[in-house]
Design a protein around this ligand. Sequence first.
Ligand code: SAM
Length: 305
Amino acid sequence: MKAAEGSRTAVLVCQGRAAADGLAESGRFTDPVAIRLLRDDERRAVERVRGGEPPTRWVERVDHESVRACAAVMVLRTVAIDDALRERLTPQVVLLGAGLDARAWRLPELADRAVFEVDHPDSQRDKRARLAGLPEGVQAVRAAEPVRFVPVDLTHERLDTALAAAGHRADLPTTWVWEGVVPYLTRHEVARTVAAIAALSSPGTRLIVNYQALRPSIVAGQLLAKLLQTLARRRSLWANEPWRSYWTARRLGALLGRHGFTVVADEDLLAVATRLALATARRASLRSGRIAVADRPGRTGSTQV
Ligand SMILES: C[S@@+](CC[C@H](N)C(=O)[O-])C[C@H]1O[C@@H](n2cnc3c(N)ncnc32)[C@H](O)[C@@H]1O
């Protein structure tokens, strides 16, 4: 990320979750907090998607289609990650590049866990301003264990000292959720972050990584989106947050293996859709987004911090 503003991609994925809230056929996806984290102008596209009425002005249609496409991806991505998170509930959870993720407020299982939100300082500042507007009832969910905010630019700042200063304990199991962030880092930055995570991961730790595989459909989709945004005189969504790395399952698995993690699952979002029997369009683009789950062998966590 470059400019001193919040993450626009974090806003888009939040819009996607808000648009999909409660609408997945299986009833498996709800995120009532997402809409509350959006500003009025960001909510408008969400409301249109939920209403099922595309705007007639094509400039607005560009935003509409971005949110609609994002919603379909977010259902799959979020459900798969929530399941992997619940499967191994550890005393500590670190959301890396948390953006406007509402997990800490949304998942009852996390209410008594130590949750650390790591993010780029600019994005985190933006999120904290938005959180101040949450109704008291939602904020109360974290009354016993307030979320610990840890501003870190993963391109060059140290994760270990920042997390330790926030109270993270490397001797207790952690579940790391690294969702929608890997593409914005170079290969070197990803490897450096995995090394930092590994050094803070006791036995029983789980790392859940969402990453992108390079596929023609995703490159074509991004090019089309950039073209439409230019024609609509919108600043490109990726202007400040260009994609910098793609990974194969093999290459990422090898990196995780070198750092003492065993990959227990790695699937693309189309496979997630099939496994969960969730209806989906845009099948080709779903093959690019992948989720790997990797464990540090050892005890599973049940103690509290
Ligand atoms: C697409 S958003 C995903 C947010 C969140 N994980 C989610 O799924 O809702 C990308 C996130 O990556 C974060 N990010 C990008 N570059 C970063 C960096 N160099 N250091 C820390 N976070 C970064 C952004 O701040 C943003 O929150």
